[in-house]
Write a protein that binds this ligand. Structure first.
Ligand code: DGL
Length: 270
């Protein structure tokens, strides 16, 4: 048993989709979330920069005495996961493998679709994993850079969102993708609209849920789950204004984030 917290990080607020699933699945675990709100987005940055930022945050979380690192960002998982694994002895969980495994489970004869940020799709990380697990399975991958700002502007039910989906996903529909990996933290928030677009005929893979299931599995396999019977503590760190974050996070999680939780700003500490 290990009662240290689980460290979860993302380039900003999007990783709260993963945080939320982990909290639901593991109510007694202490969680620390780090959102790099000062340096978001990662999706349009270079490999070197994404690795540097990810390593800095991993070091910071390690100093907070976490027992596991969850890279709740597809872009950082695609480009920095192996670097992070080589830099720590802690278990490091990314969002790619859980998503790919689930997509393959529902793939049938395919093809499988993958949508994500420019950096995620250009990295080929999802495409590689799919080919490694089922070499003959066809896949279609596409960067959808407008979807993150649409979610951040809370335009999930707007005509703009519908038009963007039409533009990005028509080809996936034509090719009748059997499952579609939502390979970006923000996309689960567009799930109902995407489902509508595919008329329910394509299985949507929400990496957030799949990642939370993997976190639980690893904790159990390594016997490092918490034996606390209390609700887990939550601490949030952000690299920019905590006020803006706490408002959005409270909205998203449906409960106040400041107050019972500690909210710190992380600036120039590394
Ligand atoms: N968190 C990023 C991801 O999942 C999306 C936002 C960004 O570009 O930083 O890829």
């Amino acid at each position: 048993m290990d009662n240290r917290p689980i460290g979860i990080f993302d380039s900003g607020i999007g990783g709260l989709t993963v945080f939320k699933e982990i909290r639901e699945l593991l109510p007694n675990e202490d969680l620390i979330y780090f959102g790099d709100t000062a340096r978001v987005p990662y999706g349009s940055k270079s490999v070197q920069v994404i690795r540097k930022f990810s390593s800095e945050i991993a070091t910071y979380l390690t100093l907070q005495n976490v027992k596991m690192l969850v890279v709740a960002c597809n872009t950082a998982s695609a480009l920095a996961l192996s670097t992070l694994k080589s830099e720590t002895s802690l278990p490091v969980i990314g969002v790619i493998d859980p998503g790919v495994r689930a997509a393959i489970k529902f793939a049938g004869d395919g093809p499988v679709g993958v949508i994500g940020t420019r950096a995620t799709i250009a990295s080929g990380a999802y495409q590689d994993r799919i080919s490694r697990l089922r070499c003959n399975l066809r896949f279609v991958a596409r960067a959808c850079p407008l979807l993150v700002p649409i979610v951040e502007e809370n335009l999930m039910q707007s005509d703009i969102a519908r038009m963007a989906l039409e533009m990005y996903l028509s080809d996936f529909k034509k090719q009748q993708v059997s499952s579609l990996i939502l390979a970006c933290t923000h996309y689960p928030l567009l799930k109902s609209l995407i489902n509508e677009f595919f008329e329910g005929k394509t299985v949507l893979i929400d990496s957030a849920l799949e990642t939370a299931l993997e976190v639980r599995e690893v904790l159990q396999a390594r016997r490092i789950n918490s034996d606390s019977t209390q609700s887990g503590h939550e601490t949030f760190f952000v690299s920019d204004s905590p006020e803006a974050f706490s408002e959005i996070a409270a909205d998203f999680l449906g409960r106040p984030v400041a107050g019972e939780c500690f909210l710190h700003s992380w600036q120039n500490e590394i």
